[in-house]
Design a protein around this ligand. Structure first.
Ligand SMILES: *Cc1c(COP(=O)(O)O)cnc(C)c1O
Length: 376
């Protein structure tokens, strides 16, 4: 069997023990005589699977009892619409309160753009002026805000919020719910769920295969959608039906359960945090000392999960040529998917929870060799 080190931003590498367990149970899961793919979602065979996945997620993230966990579809991208529809839309047109966004990257831009279809959007701060290479100061929440949205880890540009904004104290009429897209950092380091009203994440980065969207929502935020909201886009319906209003992505939910089991056996969030810090620390240390590559991101805001890097070549055409050669030669050496996002160029190593330390070490070693072969 050949296994590469996969630095893809998503869908991304899964832990080998998870794939092996899924393979072993492919045709007969838990003695049911059938694959999880073939099970009725309402059967006695599937019920313990979805229950196990939810309880492991609650345990690992420390999700308080007054939050619902939903397993939906449509990716994080559909949450860009569902959040404003359920929290800031009026019966006819936008609601009275504002949907506040802090623009820290392309996903945050997209989220704000979708919200503007249903809500009054206020982009209260942005780091677009410096190509999103930092996280701006978070302005205070205001009483007329419906919710306050941040993208906790910016997958494409490789930044993360070092401090969670406090949206509570400023509001006269009570706390403004903080909503966060945590697609590319869920379970990568500790997070105090109680600081947020809604957290959402597509599954294909740190949780499992593509196709599941995890939504963690405080109960008082459920039930505010305008009456004409399609059933599939209402949090209340999904919550009331236990994520089974329609057929959920059963197999994905099962694999997420295996990933969570793997993470728990590893020592949970404290253990993976330590490993993630070690991996990212090694890679940034290498970049900061390299004569050929550098990180464009300001130090306090560097992501643990997605690390873009650029070759120090002045001439743009020569730089692209060198970077293309790097990506190609790395792939030939079993280090795949290192090209940067198509909108920003350069290179990027995504080192999610499932990337072992050895993968990062192999990448650094390859880059050191590559550097030696390039004349300055
Ligand atoms: C990948 C990603 C998305 C898009 O997720 P889909 O599941 O493809 O909709 C949105 N936000 C962030 C932060 C991401 O990393």
């Amino acid at each position: 069997m050949k296994r590469v080190y996969n630095f893809s931003p998503g869908p991304s590498a899964l832990p080998l023990p998870v794939l092996e367990k899924a393979a072993a149970e492919m045709c007969d899961a838990n003695g049911a005589g059938q694959s999880v793919m073939e099970m009725s979602h309402r059967s006695k065979d599937f019920k313990p699977i979805i229950e196990k996945t939810e309880s492991l997620l609650r345990e690992l993230m420390g999700i308080p009892a007054n939050y619902k966990v939903l397993f939906l579809q449509g990716g994080a991208s559909l949450q860009f619409s569902m959040v404003p529809l359920n929290l800031a839309a009026g019966e006819s047109g936008p609601g009275e309160k504002k949907a506040v966004f802090i623009e820290t990257g392309i996903w945050a831009e997209k989220a704000a753009k979708e919200a503007a279809k249903f809500a009054h959007v206020d982009v209260r701060a942005s780091s677009k002026d410096k190509a999103y290479t930092y996280i701006p100061q978070a302005p205070a929440a205001q009483p007329g805000d419906a919710y306050y949205h941040i993208t906790l880890n910016n997958t494409i540009v490789g930044t993360k919020w070092a401090q969670i904004p406090d949206t509570g104290a400023a509001a006269a009429g009570g706390a403004i719910p903080l909503v966060s897209d945590i697609s590319s950092c869920i379970l990568s380091e500790p997070l105090n769920v109680a600081q947020f009203g809604i957290l959402y994440a597509g599954s294909q980065k740190n949780l499992g295969p593509a196709g599941v969207t995890v939504v963690i929502i405080r109960e008082d935020l459920i039930g505010h959608a305008p009456s004409k909201t399609p059933a599939m886009l209402r949090y209340d319906i999904h919550a009331d039906e236990g994520s089974m209003y329609n057929t959920p992505p059963c197999y994905g939910i099962y694999v997420i359960g295996l990933v969570l089991e793997w993470l728990k056996n590893l020592g949970g969030v404290p253990a993976i945090t330590k490993l993630n810090q070690e991996k990212a620390g090694l890679f940034y240390q290498y970049l900061d000392n390299s004569k050929l590559f550098y990180s464009p991101v300001e130090k306090p805001f560097r992501s643990l999960m997605n690390i873009p890097f650029i070759a120090r070549v002045k001439d743009a055409e020569k730089r692209t040529e060198l970077e293309n050669r790097f990506v190609k030669e790395a792939a030939a050496a079993g280090l795949i998917n290192l090209a940067g996002h198509r909108l920003v160029g350069g290179m990027r190593a995504s080192i999610y929870n499932a990337m072992p330390l050895e993968g990062v070490q192999a990448l650094i070693q390859f880059m050191q060799q590559f550097e030696k072969g390039v004349a300055h």
